[in-house]
Design a protein around this ligand. Sequence first.
Ligand SMILES: [Zn+2]
Length: 50
Amino acid sequence: MRTRCPHCNDLCTTRKTEQISSLYREVTFVCNNSECGHVFVACVSPVFRQ
Ligand SMILES: [Zn+2]
C-alpha cells in the first residue's frame, strides 16, 4: 500500500501494520524524504457497498 506524506507529498514506506480487529487496521508510514522524515499512522477499514 502506497501513500503520500501529508507534509511534503513525497511517497512513504510502510513501517508497521497492526491488525486491531477484523474491520480495523492501523498502518504506520514513514516519509521517504529524509529531510522531512515524517512518521504517521493511517487506519484502514473496509467499506461495504451493495
Ligand atoms: Zn514528508
